[in-house]
Design a protein around this ligand. Structure first.
Ligand SMILES: Cc1ncc(COP(=O)(O)O)c(C=O)c1O
Length: 394
């Protein structure tokens, strides 16, 4: 059965990790895979998570199955956390999923079931897994213009112009904040304009919120999503707890369906449960139980908020330092975009050749297209990154 199989394509980001591991140079620098690192280069377990996990280990008296929608307490808390204050909360329904990846898949499958001919529009470029997941659901995927390689910001005019062609058979996939890979986010005026277009043309926004709290703050990072949720009858949301709770390997996320009515949303939820049953049946509970415990305990929640805020502030500080060091080393302002970007990543526009040179000659590993994980840097390695970039002609 397996002899005639062709060799599977390697995941570009995961293969970068292997190449980095095999590099013997002591001063090598891994800015590839998307995890937050502290100044010691560790991806820490947050203290609030550790405390909740210890309490859980002490108090949990059963490992019996949970339901198809996962931990319903987590589901309620997550939807309240995201949608509180909007009319959408009362017409939403949520399932817990294995990470935002699981949410993308469940929501993609739901779209394919509800509207098999739908086209999902993704930004150019977008998160590397958006297209494969949506295509695996049998959906057509097309791109809308997004990143301007000259300004390193979003070309909002071109984006909005392109969205004018969307109609009721289209789903618009948006990054809630901290766009991956570019780091360039849309303004509130553009969120507003998207809501206007969706209202007029009938397309459905699908917001992927994987970095809430890493951009400006929890509320600001969800403001675009809340605006759409308040105004539009139907919105889909994929949420990740991987980054903002540091729960990467616990595979914790949520898929939220916002419908014109609660009954519509619950039908969507029911179908996602049916689809989950035929996929993984139910998600792992550990991460969701931890998140639920944090969100409903004032002291733990405050501790988590403080830790998250410290991570956000550290990323912003690294961005400012990068700009300062680039300015003095290059005697130019051409790297100022690092401070305009939000979240873990920035696309730098390095060519494939420069990216290759960067790893081969400088021992600095970044993703194709020149995506740098700023949150993978430590303060004492900024100089290394700056000199490596200038050495390859960035
Ligand atoms: C935009 C985006 N969506 C979804 C995901 C998947 O997140 P998770 O680890 O929760 O599956 C990521 C992870 O890198 C991401 O960047």
């Amino acid at each position: 059965m397996f002899q005639q199989l062709d060799a599977p394509a390697k995941d570009p980001i995961l293969s970068l990790t292997v190449a980095y591991r095999e590099d013997a140079r002591e001063d090598k620098l891994d800015l590839g895979i998307g995890v937050y690192r502290d100044s010691q280069g560790h991806t820490p377990v947050m203290q609030a998570v550790r405390s909740a996990a210890l309490t859980l280990a002490d108090q949990q008296d059963s490992k019996g199955y949970v339901g198809l929608a996962g931990n319903e307490r987590f589901n309620d808390l997550m939807s309240q956390f995201l949608l509180a204050g909007t009319s959408a909360l009362a017409r939403s329904a949520t399932i817990q999923t294995p990470g935002a990846s699981g949410a993308l898949r469940m929501l993609g499958e739901l779209i394919a079931y509800a509207k098999p001919n739908a086209t999902v529009w993704i930004s150019r470029p977008s998160y590397v897994n958006h297209q494969p997941v949506m295509e695996a659901c049998g959906l057509e995927v097309r791109e809308y213009p997004y990143f301007d390689p000259d300004t390193k910001l979003v070309n909002e005019a071109a984006m909005l112009e392109s969205l004018r062609q969307l109609g009721p058979d289209d789903v618009l996939l948006l990054h809630g904040c901290c766009h991956n890979p570019t780091g360039a986010d849309i303004s509130m005026a553009t969120w507003q304009a998207i809501a206007d277009l969706a209202e007029q043309q009938g397309f459905v926004p699908f917001v992927d919120l994987a970095y809430q709290g890493f951009g400006d703050n929890l509320d600001a990072d969800a403001a675009g999503l809340r605006l759409l949720a308040e105004r539009l009858p139907e919105v889909l949301v994929a949420v990740s707890c991987s980054k903002n709770f540091g729960l990467y390997r616990e595979r914790t996320g949520a898929a939220i369906v916002i419908g014109a009515t609660q009954a519509d949303a619950l039908r969507g939820k029911g179908h996602m449960q049916r689809i989950a049953r035929a996929t993984y049946t139910m998600p792992p509970d550990h991460g969701a139980a931890i998140v639920a415990m944090i969100l409903e305990n004032d002291a733990l929640k405050q501790q988590w908020l403080d830790e998250l805020q410290a991570m956000q502030a550290r990323i912003q500080r690294l961005r400012q330092q990068l700009v300062a060091e680039f300015r003095s080393a290059s005697d130019s302002h051409r790297f100022d975009y690092f401070a305009e970007h939000r979240g873990m990543f920035s696309v730098t526009g390095l060519s494939a050749e420069q990216t290759q040179q960067l790893s081969a000659e400088q021992g600095v590993y970044v993703v194709g297209g020149g995506r740098v994980n700023v949150a993978g840097l430590s303060e004492d390695r900024i100089g290394k990154l700056v000199s490596a970039f200038l050495a390859v002609g960035a």
